[in-house]
Write a protein that binds this ligand. Structure first.
Ligand code: 5GP
Length: 193
């Protein structure tokens, strides 16, 4: 998606350790006009798939998921991150290793909000090693819901997440795919049709 790529070129910053900082428009301060265009694009890509629930993970997926949900007219459920195993009620859980925070946590979704009647689109801001997304896919599977696919804002194509998920037959659609990046050269995107 050209608009997102242009914005990353203009306002994104490549940091040491393969981290792209986009906190001025994507995951701290949020540009809602940009989110609107991203949501529209996800709606175009997944049109006709019968999506009736969007699943994301706190915190930075929530904004994009909510704007996207306006196009699908469906609820958003966000998985909660917890380091504790003592949670009240019936929940689906999965264990995730964090790329940016270098720790392991449980992701949790209440069984009240996900089940066999749901056709789920997962939305997230980044796909790197794929651990966060794998955790969410695991939860969808446990719930008996149907996984339509995953819509990602920025995929770091030089990390293994995209390959891992697609090799399991999961439909992953990313609005911008980064082929390589470094502090001097900046970001190089994969050409997309
Ligand atoms: P994964 O589990 O795919 O390795 O990482 C996914 C999560 O890590 C994303 O939800 C995102 O919050 C964070 N993340 C991974 N890579 C980056 C990055 O380059 N920049 C930022 N800002 N967050 C990232």
């Amino acid at each position: 998606m050209r608009l997102l790529e242009e914005r990353i070129r203009k306002d994104g910053h490549v940091k040491a350790g393969n981290v792209l900082k986009v906190d001025s428009f994507l995951n701290h301060q949020m540009d809602i006009d940009l989110f609107q265009e991203m949501g529209k694009e996800f709606a175009r890509i997944f049109e006709g798939c019968g999506v009736n629930k969007i699943l994301t993970i706190e915190a930075s997926g929530i904004g994009i998921a909510c704007v996207t949900a306006q196009f699908f007219h469906c609820p958003v459920v966000f998985a909660k991150k917890s380091q504790s195993k003592n949670i009240d009620g019936e929940v689906f859980t999965s264990r995730v290793e964090s790329f940016t925070h270098n720790r392991v946590y449980d992701v949790i979704v209440s069984q009240k909000f996900l089940g066999p009647q749901d056709r789920v689109l997962i939305i997230d801001d980044f796909l790197a090693k794929g651990n966060a997304l794998m955790g969410l896919c695991e939860i969808v599977k446990r719930s008996g819901a149907f996984l339509v696919g995953a819509g990602i804002a920025v995929e770091k194509g030089f990390q293994e997440g995209g390959r891992r998920l697609r090799s399991q037959g999961i439909r992953v659609e990313s609005l911008a795919i980064i082929d390589r990046m470094d502090e001097e050269e900046g970001v190089v995107f994969r050409p997309q049709p």
